[in-house]
Design a binder for this molecule. Sequence first.
Ligand SMILES: *Cc1c(COP(=O)(O)O)cnc(C)c1O
Length: 432
Amino acid sequence: MDQNEQLFERARRCIPGGVNSPVRAFRAVGGTPRFVQRAQGAYFWDANGKRHIDYIGSWGPMILGHGHPAVVEAVQKAVLEGFSYGAPTEREVELAEAILALMPSMDMVRLVSSGTEAAMSAIRLARGATGRSKIIKFEGCYHGHADALLVKAGSGLATFGNPTSAGVPPEVVQHTLVLEYNNVAQLEEAFALHGSELACLAIEPIAGNMNFVRASLPFMQRCRELCTQHGALLVFDEVMTGFRVALGGAQAVYARAIPGFAPDITVMGKVIGGGMPLAAFGGPRAIMEQLAPLGPVYQAGTLSGNPVATACGLATLAEISKPGFFDALSASTRSLVDGLSAAAQAEGLPFNADCEGGMFGFFLLPELPHNYAQVMKTDSPRFNKLFHGLLDRGVYIAPALYEAGFVSSAHSANDIAQTVEAAREAFKTLQN
Ligand SMILES: *Cc1c(COP(=O)(O)O)cnc(C)c1O
C-alpha cells in the first residue's frame, strides 16, 4: 500500500468515509483520494510526494495559487496579534468596505464563516424582510447544506420539494420550490401560481455545482423582472463566482449585458476568505437593517469576522484588485479551455467547454448543457477514465463530472501546456 492508501485506510477508521466533505472521497470516480502534504503556487504534493497541477484550488478560494507571499505575510502578522476575540475589529470593517467597493449592489454586508451559513442566513433574511415563506431554487444549484435547501423537485409546480438528505423532515422543505435552470416558461408559471407568497429566488448565476452552466441572459432578465414585479428578492449565490469570474462577480458580468442589472441579496464565500473560513452576505441598507441587533431577523457567530481570516481575505482581495489581474487570469483560463477543446477535437471526441474569469467547465457532450438533466447525460465511465488519465499524469481536476474547475494566477503558460499535453494523451485512451 502506498502512503495515500495507508492514510485513507486510517482515515476511514476515525472519520466517516475517511473525509470531512463527501466529494473528497472519490466515490464517483473510484480509486484512492490523494492526501495533500503541502501546496505551493499551482501545485500540491500528495502523501507519496507526487506533484499535481491543481485545478481545484480548495474548490475556488485559491485564486492566487497556494502560499502567495503577500497573503502569507498578512496571515503571519495577524496570527501574532491573536486568533479570535469575539469582539469587533478594524480589520473586519476594512474587509466589509473592500467588499462593498467591489460589488455596488450592496450597501451593507455581514461576515460569517462558511458559504452554507451565508446562504442559510440570506434565506432567513429574505423571509424576514418580506414576511413570506416560500422560496425558489433551481435543480443543480448548490447553496450549502442548510435543511431547507437540500431538496429536489416534487411532482409538478403545485407541489413543493422532497428532501435529498435523510434527516430533513418533509415539512422543512415544503416551502421550497425547485425549478429547472434556464427554463423561462416554467419560471413564469411558478410566479403566476405562487408569486405573492415568494420570499426569494436563489440562484447560482453561473452554476458551478453542475460543472459550469450559465444562466442565459433572457432567463436572468426574467428572474429579475418577475422578482421585482411580485415583491420577491433575487438572491445571487456568488459563493463560487464572487471575485472569481470577474472582480465584481457574476453580477458584474450580467450587468455588462443587462444595463442596470443587480441582485437584491448577494451571498459570498470561497475567494473572500482566500482559503480561510470566511463568507458573507449583503444587500441594500433597508434589507440588511432587518438583521439583529437592528432588526428582528436573528443571526450570529462566535468566529464571524475572525481576525486571521479577515487578514487573509483582505490580502487576497488586494492582489486580485490590481490592474490587469483578471485580464491575465481570464486569458490563462481561456488558453486552457481552447487547448483542451482542440486536443479533444483532434481525437474526434464529443467535447464542449466554457469559462469566465478563472472558472471553467468542460463536458464530454456534443453541445454545451443548459440545465442539470443535460449535464447528467455525460457518459460517466468515460469521464472517470479521463479523470484518472489526468490524475496519473499529475493533473488534478474535480473528482466528479458535475463540478467546475479553477485556474489561479499561479498557473503558468507552461503548466497549462503540460495540462493540455496530459489531456491529449488521456483523450487517446477514451476512444474505445
Ligand atoms: C461552496 C458553495 C456553497 C457552500 O459553501 P461552504 O463554505 O462549503 O459551506 C454555497 N453556494 C455555492 C454556490 C457554493 O459553491
